[in-house]
Structures are given as C-alpha cells and as structure tokens.
Design a protein around this ligand. Structure first.
Ligand SMILES: Nc1ncnc2c1ncn2[C@@H]1O[C@H](COP(=O)(O)OP(=O)(O)O)[C@@H](O)[C@H]1O
Ligand SMILES: [Mg+2]
Length: 216
C-alpha cells in the first residue's frame, strides 16, 4: 500500500484508512440506538399500523427543496389490548417503518406514568417546558395511557397534551390496556372526545406474548 501511494506521489499520512473514520451511521442505525433494547428489532406488521405509516409518510414535508421529507401532520392511533399483546412493540415498529420509508422522524416516547411524574411541579425543572416538548414533537409514543392512578392532575395534564397535539394535527401513537368505556371515564369527556376524532382504534388479539415467550 505504502509503495503504491508513494509511486503516485501521495503522502500516506493524508490518506484516511477506514479505521480512522467513524462508521457512517444510517438513519435506521441512529434510530435503533435511541430505542429501548427490548424494542430495537421491532418492525410493525399490523395492517392498520402499516396503513398509518403510509398516511404519515404521504403527509411528510421537506423543510427545503431537496431535503429529506420530515413527519409533519397526520392521524393518530389508539392501540388497545391486554398487557403483553404487543402494543409497545408495534408502536416502536411503526417509527422504524417510517425511517425505512426514508422519512425523517423527530420522535419521543414516554409512558403516561413517567410523563405525569415529569410534570409534577418541582423546583429543579420547568414543567411547562417539559409539556411543550411532548406537545410539539412531530411524533409521540404515549404508552400505557390509563395505567397511572386517576386524579384531577392527571386529567388536566392529559387534556393539555392531547389538546395541543389535536390542534396541530400531530401524529400520536397511544397505547392502552383499558377498555374504551373505562378509558373515557378515566380521561374525562374533553380528552375522550378529541381522541375519538383524532385516532383510529387498533384492537390487539387478547394474547399475552410475555407468557407465551416464558413458556417457550
Ligand atoms: N410481533 C412481535 N414479534 C415478536 N415479539 C413481539 C411481537 N410483539 C410483541 N413482542 C414481544 O412480546 C412482549 C410483549 O410485547 P409488548 O409490546 O411489550 O406488549 P404490550 O405493550 O401490549 O404490553 C415483548 O417482549 C415484545 O418484545
Ligand atoms: Mg407496553
């Protein structure tokens, strides 16, 4: 190698070897790095979820001419089913499908319980900024809605989040293991009515995959 470079008058020190350079990350690799390990290999398969991916991809917008199209507006899904049915798997898998479709996705994921904990007033954080972050991110996974203990605080914060995302038509993947009637009672009419309009309901087969996996 050194001889070939010398023969061509190239100083070897100026030639980067593959080891000198960091591996170029593909958008999918970057995505996977930001996912919880359990769901890193998740790829959505549910036909309704794939339909949602197509709709969100169709509505993606390039911020400038020639730039990669980014998630902008779109419908939302309410993914309902028993614990272990594969809801969270499909939600992360849907983000992966969007990235595989060549769409730029700024996204965040939180469980509803973690979100309420983050929003509790504390002296060291600005709860308003936290809420604005989740309200404005182009794609949000809101996992296990209805799992935290119901309270006025929970209802109010959920209303503020959902209302902002509703007004801006921002796609949201919501999972819940509450039956629809119970979810409505839990969230109150204002949130339930917005969810009814902004989401398509995806029912999961009542199978606990965690139990199946343990048995296998
Ligand atoms: N389509 C799938 N293929 C393979 N494993 C899956 C699939 N869906 C779910 N799982 C696995 O089954 C378990 C339960 O799925 P999860 O999405 O966490 O359920 P839920 O969110 O409905 O409680 C997890 O370990 C997950 O990785
Ligand atoms: Mg889950």
């Amino acid at each position: 190698m050194a001889r070939i470079l010398a023969a061509r008058g190239i100083d070897q020190a100026t030639v980067a070897t593959p080891l000198d350079e960091p591996e170029p990350y593909s958008p999918e690799q970057a995505l996977i790095a930001g996912m919880p390990p359990r769901y890193r290999s998740a790829v959505a398969e549910n036909p309704q979820v794939l339909g949602w991916v197509r709709q969100v991809a169709d509505q993606a917008v390039a911020p400038s001419v020639g730039a990669r199209r980014q998630v902008a507006t779109g419908p939302s899904l309410l993914m309902a089913g028993v614990v272990g049915a594969g809801k969270t798997h499909e939600a992360y898998g849907a983000v992966r499908r969007l990235v595989q479709a060549g769409i730029g996705v700024r996204w965040r994921a939180t469980t509803a319980a973690d979100l309420y904990a983050e929003l509790r007033p504390r002296s060291d954080t600005d709860a308003e900024r936290v809420l604005v972050g989740y309200s404005r991110v182009p794609l949000l996974i809101l996992d296990d809605l209805g799992a935290a203990k119901s309270s006025e605080f929970v209802e109010e914060q959920t209303y503020r989040l959902i209302n902002r995302r509703y007004n801006h038509c921002l796609p949201t993947l919501i999972t819940t293991n509450l039956p629809i009637g119970e979810l409505r009672a839990y969230l109150g009419d204002r949130v339930a009515s917005r969810l009814r309009q902004m989401t398509t309901r995806v029912e999961f087969e009542p199978v606990d995959r965690r139990r199946l996996q343990r048995a296998a």
